[in-house]
Every structure is written in C-alpha cells, then in structure tokens.
Design a protein around this ligand. Structure first.
Ligand code: F6P
Length: 319
C-alpha cells in the first residue's frame, strides 16, 4: 500500500493521540503516505480528510482526547453511508484504513472490510470491553483518574463519617468499577457481570455499622444502575443515608499514563504492519504482554469477560 488513512471514532480515550502518532510515524518510516480523517466516520463520509506529516503528530503523545476529533455517526451504520465512505477513501488515494475506537468503531471497520476495503481496528476505549485484547487504550488512565477520585472522596467520607456511592463509566462492562474498587479499597463493588444482591449489600453495610464502621465506599458501574437509584433503594429498604458522586466524563480526559502511551504506540504500529501485508478485517490487541492480531469478527463472536477472581478478592479484602 502507498497510502493509508487513520481515524478515531466513538467515545474518546486517553492515548488515542499516541496511537495516531504511532500510525503516522510508522507508516512514514516505511515509505507510505498517511491521511488523517477528522470527526470519525462522519468526517470520512463528508471528506474531511488531510494528509499528515511527521511534524503534524509532534507534541501529542502526552495529550488526552484526540487531535482527529471523534463522533458517533448514524449514517455510517447504513450500507449507503459505508459506500460513500469508500468512495471518499478512493478519491483520496487511500488503500487501507486504521480505525481507533471501541465496539461501534469496530463494527464500522468490519463493514468496510466486508465491502472490500481493508480496515484494521485498534482498541481505544476506557471501557476495556473489546473481546480478544487484555487491555484497551485509555483504560489505565481512566482507572487512575477514578482511583484518584475515590481517594479524595474517602477523605471527606472519613471526616464526616458518611457512606458514598460512586458511579463509574464502562457502558455494559464492569472492568473500570472492578479494578478501581479493588485499587481504591471500596467496601462494595457492583458490576453488571455479577447479579446485584441489594439485600446482601444492606446486610454488609449494617454489619459494618454494627462493628463500628462509620463510613464506606460503594462503587457502582453505570451498567448496573445509577448511583442515584442505588441511593434511593438503600434509603427505602433500610433507611441507609448515602451521598452520591457521579464521576462522568472526567474519566475520559487527561494525559495518558505511561502504560497507555506504550500500549497505543505498540498497537498503532502493529496496525500499520498488518496493512503493509495488504490484510484487512483485522483487530489488534495485547494478550499476555504480546501484541497480537486477529479476525475483527472475533471481537463480536466472543463476549468480553471481567476477571471475576478480582471480584471475590475485593470481597475478601473489604471485610
Ligand atoms: O465508551 C466510552 C464511554 O465513556 C462509556 O463508558 C459511556 O457509557 C459512554 O462512552 C458515554 O458516551 P457519551 O460521551 O456519548 O455520553
């Protein structure tokens, strides 16, 4: 291939810029040209495309967000939209595409590949919910942002002897809640992968209060219910007073951690290698510390699995 394109799509994630930089520099290093496609699939359909040079991706490795901007695009879900996108790619002399994003972005890359346009998916989402890769770009940074918030909330929880419910992102996956809850020493973690036992939660909290515990931190993944709903349930069931904190989009921002920068660099570069071999319909990932590539369709055939031993451990350690 002589020229490839790169876009970021869906919810942004810290480390996406580092991945864009890796794609651009790896491709140029190997003699290819690179086009940056702005505003995700919508920008692709609209022809929002510009060539990128080595210097265009300078000074971005440390920045959160994505210099290419991101969007969620309904038109691209139709075959007509996908064909328009392919026409734009061809008009710009682009022969292969790197898509950095989550689940929805992968569906787009798979659709393009099925229509004959070689596309490669690089996992960029804070949710860590892409089957086939142990980690996604952005997960580690978001995790650390949440931990920092839990630590701060714990200070006020201790001072005022209050219980807090902290709602974290993750869409249908509980990884952020699970990892952050374990790392933040939460008393209780609610994740979609484990059926919620609200009566059990009430018992745990009451036992804690009986033992003299004056505060506790409950982490709830947004895929289970909202923190507000949980607070109402606890109040109605057992007259337990809580304060609610919804971390929201703060979890998506900030400078990527070292881990996310390294991961993004490795996975972005690997995507270029795959396109250099004229392969499409491929997803890039990391398994047991090894960079791997696999069929994009695999990312949909298997379900993402949370590490449930961590859930058990968190319960054992929060007695
Ligand atoms: O997929 C990333 C994510 O931040 C999810 O955790 C969350 O459910 C969703 O995106 C929020 O999307 P939006 O920014 O479009 O509200």
């Amino acid at each position: 291939m002589k020229k490839i394109g790169v876009l970021t799509s869906g919810g942004d994630a810290p480390g996406m810029n580092a991945a864009v930089r890796a794609v651009v520099r790896k491709a140029i290093f190997h003699g290819m040209e690179v086009a940056g496609i702005y505003h995700g699939y919508q920008g692709l359909i609209n022809g929002n495309i510009e060539n990128l040079d080595v210097g265009d991706v300078g000074d971005i490795i440390q920045r959160g967000g994505t210099m290419l901007h991101s969007a969620r695009c309904l038109e691209f879900k139709t075959e007509e939209g996908q064909r328009k996108a392919i026409s734009q790619l061809k008009e710009h002399g682009i022969e292969g595409l790197v898509v950095i994003g989550g689940d929805g972005s992968y569906r787009g890359a798979l659709a393009l590949s099925k229509l004959g346009f070689p596309s490669v998916g690089v996992p960029g989402t804070i949710d860590n919910d892409i089957p086939g890769t142990d980690y996604t770009i952005g997960f580690d940074t978001a995790l650390n942002t949440i931990i920092e918030s839990i630590d701060k909330i714990r200070d006020t929880a201790t001072s005022h002897e209050r219980s807090f419910i902290i709602e974290v992102m993750g869409r249908d996956a509980g990884d952020l809640a699970l990892w952050a809850g374990l790392a933040g020493g939460a008393e209780t973690i609610l994740i979609p992968e484990v059926p919620s036992d609200i009566d059990g939660l009430v018992r745990r909290l009451e036992q804690g209060y009986e033992r003299g515990k004056k505060h506790s931190i409950i982490i709830v993944a947004e895929g289970v219910m909202s923190a507000g709903e949980l607070a109402t349930l606890l109040k109605e069931k057992a007259d337990i007073e809580t304060r609610v904190s919804v971390l929201g989009h703060i979890q998506r921002g900030g400078s990527p951690t070292g881990r996310d920068r390294v991961l993004a660099s490795q996975l972005g570069a690997k995507a270029v290698e795959v396109l250099m071999e004229d392969r499409g319909g491929v997803a890039i990932g990391i398994r047991n510390h090894q960079v791997v590539d696999y069929e994009l369709s695999e990312a949909f055939n298997k379900a993402h699995k949370a590490e449930l031993s961590m859930y058990t451990l968190s319960q054992e350690l929060s007695i």
